[in-house]
Ligand binder design. Structure first.
Ligand code: NAP
Length: 315
C-alpha cells in the first residue's frame, strides 16, 4: 500500500522533540513537508505557511498541526477544506465551539479528524483504567506541579488568552482522569491564580464531584522548582491506585507495578498517537473527545480570580 503522505505545521518544541521522531518510526507514514514561518528540515519540502502549502498542490494526504491553540482553527479549517485528514495537538482548539465546527466539517467532507490527548497514551494509563473499571471510587486527588520556566521558556502564547496558562499541562491530567474513571464528574469550585501582568493563570485549585458522590481535587501549579509532580491518586474500596510521572508509573497499595509485558516501561506516547491516526484514517473514522477541554472551560466559568505576584521568564 502507498504510504500516507503527511505534512507538519509549526516546527516548535513539541514538533522537534516528539512529532519528528514518532513520524519517522511509524510504518506506512511518510513526512512530505513542513510549513513553518522560521524553520525547515534538510531535504524536505518547505512552505512558510499552511496556505502556501495547500496552494502548492503538493501530494499530501494528511496534516498534523503543532502550532499553539490560538490561530489553529483557521489552519485546521483550511486543511479540511483542502481535503486533508487532520491531527491536532492538545488542546484541540482555543474554544469548544471551534472544535465542534471542525468535527462537523470533517464529517461533511468524509475526512478523519483526530484531536489528540498524548497523556492518555502514557504507559500505565490503560492498566489503571482496567483496575478502576469495577472499583468504587472514594476520592481522587491530582497534583500537577511543574516549573514553567523549565518547560515553557519564552512561550508568550501560553500566557495569552486561549493559551490556557497552567491548564496547558493541567489538561493532560484531566485527559487521563476522563479516560480512567468510569463515572462522569463535574466542577463545584474553582480558584484561579493570575500573575498581575498575565492573562492566564499560573496556578489553579479545582474541586469536582463524581456522579457517585466521591470528590476529586486537582491542584495545578507552575511555580514548583526542584522535583516535579505529575500524580493522580485514587482511593477505592479495593485500596489505593497511584499514577505518577504523568501516567507512566503505576503503584497499587504501595507496590509499583511492572509493565504486563515484563519489559521496561517506554515512552511511546507520540508513536501511539500516530499509530492511532493511521488506524482512524484506515477505518474512515474520527476521534474527538472534548471532555478535558470542557472541564477547563468550566474552571474559567466558575473561577474565583486571585491576583498573585507578577511573572517574568527570567526571575
Ligand atoms: P512552541 O515551542 O511555541 O512551538 C509552536 C510553534 O508553532 C512555533 O515554533 C511556530 O512554529 C508555530 N506558530 C504559529 N503561530 C504561532 C504563534 N502565533 N505564536 C507562536 N508560535 C506560533 O510550542 P510547543 O511547546 O511546541 O506547543 C505547541 C502545541 O503542542 C501546544 O498546543 C502545546 O500545548 C502542545 N504540546 C506541547 C508540549 C511541550 O512539552 N512543549 C507537549 C505536548 C503538547 P514556526 O515558527 O515553525 O511557524
Amino acid at each position: 500500500m502507498a504510504p500516507i503522505k503527511l505534512a507538519l505545521v509549526g516546527l516548535g518544541k513539541i514538533a522537534r522533540d516528539q512529532h519528528l521522531p514518532a513520524i519517522a518510526g511509524t510504518q506506512g507514514l511518510e513526512l512530505s513537508g513542513i510549513a513553518s514561518r522560521h524553520a525547515s528540515v534538510p531535504n524536505l519540502a518547505h512552505w512558510t505557511t499552511i496556505d502556501d502549502m495547500l496552494a502548492s498542490n503538493a501530494d499530501i494526504d494528511a496534516v498534523s498541526l503543532c502550532t499553539p491553540p490560538q490561530g489553529r482553527f483557521a489552519q485546521a479549517k483550511a486543511a479540511l477544506e483542502a481535503g486533508k485528514h487532520l491531527m491536532l495537538e492538545k488542546p484541540p482548539g482555543a474554544t469548544l465551539s471551534e472544535v465542534q465546527a471542525l468535527e462537523a466539517l470533517a464529517k461533511a467532507k468524509g475526512l478523519t479528524l483526530f484531536a489528540t490527548w498524548h497523556s492518555r497514551f502514557a504507559s500505565a494509563v490503560e492498566e489503571a483504567r482496567a483496575l478502576l473499571s469495577n472499583a468504587t471510587i472514594r476520592s481522587v486527588t491530582i497534583e500537577w506541579k511543574e516549573d514553567v520556566r523549565h518547560w515553557h521558556p519564552g512561550q508568550e502564547w501560553i500566557w495569552q488568552p486561549g493559551g490556557l496558562g497552567v491548564f496547558d499541562p493541567g489538561i493532560n491530567a484531566l485527559s487521563i482522569v476522563t479516560r480512567i474513571l468510569r463515572e462522569k464528574f463535574y466542577l463545584t469550585q474553582s480558584d484561579l491564580f493570575f500573575p498581575e501582568n498575565r492573562a492566564a493563570p499560573i496556578a489553579a485549585n479545582l474541586d469536582f464531584e463524581l456522579t457517585g458522590g466521591a470528590t476529586l481535587r486537582a491542584e495545578f501549579d507552575w511555580r514548583q522548582t526542584g522535583p516535579q509532580t505529575w500524580d493522580i491518586r485514587v482511593e477505592t474500596d479495593a485500596g489505593q491506585i497511584v499514577l505518577s510521572q504523568g501516567g507512566n508509573v503505576l503503584t497499587v497499595n504501595g507496590t509499583e507495578q511492572a509493565h504486563p509485558s515484563g519489559q521496561k516501561r517506554e515512552d511511546r506516547e507520540y508513536r501511539s498517537l500516530y499509530g492511532r491516526f493511521m488506524q482512524l484514517m484506515a477505518a474512515g473514522r474520527s476521534d474527538v473527545d472534548l471532555s478535558p477541554l470542557t472541564h477547563v472551560a468550566d474552571a474559567f466559568m466558575l473561577g474565583n480570580r486571585h491576583a498573585v505576584e507578577t511573572f517574568e521568564d527570567t526571575p
